[in-house]
Design a protein around this ligand. Structure first.
Ligand code: IMP
Ligand code: MG
Length: 174
């Protein structure tokens, strides 16, 4: 694998993200809703970098796929979502690839009468975007490569790596 982003760069970017979030929400109550499983490492670092009265929630979204570019059906498990009525919600995911995952999750939260719904990701593969919006916050734009680490997986491996790396062709099953 080829290292793309060092752990220290991620740490710095997450701290900056925390400050940007503080500036935007301006002491109003916020629920940061992490998309399982890829966002868990980012979620735990980010909530400690935001000095606001926040609550943490989780939502599960899985699209059956590995390193291929084809999109599977998205299965959403809403059972872990806390009450967000009249609260600001920041949906947090590891990566904005095509954007379809967050496009489908936003109305799920809006239906629960959140006050506002915005999105934040660690990584944005800008050239792969297929939806008519961009994430409200991103830490890094990356090229169209399959990446792992800091929560991102390939077949559920590599999530624990403290850095972001691109897998090479021989590491991905054809
Ligand atoms: P989207 O719906 O296409 O934006 O894809 C978002 C989801 O696809 C993420 O939550 C990841 O689980 C997965 N994904 C997309 N690109 C990668 C990658 O390069 N490495 C690991 N997972 C990825
Ligand atoms: Mg994911």
């Amino acid at each position: 694998m080829k290292k793309l982003i060092e752990a220290a760069e991620i740490e710095q970017a997450v701290r900056k993200l925390g400050r940007d979030i503080e500036d935007w929400y301006n002491d109003e109550p916020l629920t940061i809703l992490g998309v399982l499983t890829g966002s868990v490492i980012l979620l735990s670092d980010l909530v400690r970098a935001v000095e606001l009265p926040i609550k943490i929630g989780l939502i599960q979204a899985s699209s059956y796929r590995g390193a291929t570019t084809t999109r599977g059906d998205l299965v959403i498990n809403e059972s872990l979502i806390p009450n967000v009525e009249n609260r600001h919600v920041l949906l947090l995911d590891d990566i904005f690839d095509t954007g379809h995952t967050l496009r489908k999750l936003i109305p799920v939260i809006e239906r629960r009468r959140a006050r506002t719904v915005r999105t934040a990701v660690l990584l944005w593969k800008e050239e792969r975007t297929e939806v008519g919006f961009a994430p409200d916050y991103h830490c890094f734009k990356i090229p169209n490569e399959f990446v792992v680490g800091y929560g991102l997986d390939y077949n559920d491996e590599y999530r624990h790596l403290p850095f972001i790396a691109a897998l090479e062709d021989h590491e991905i099953e054809g």
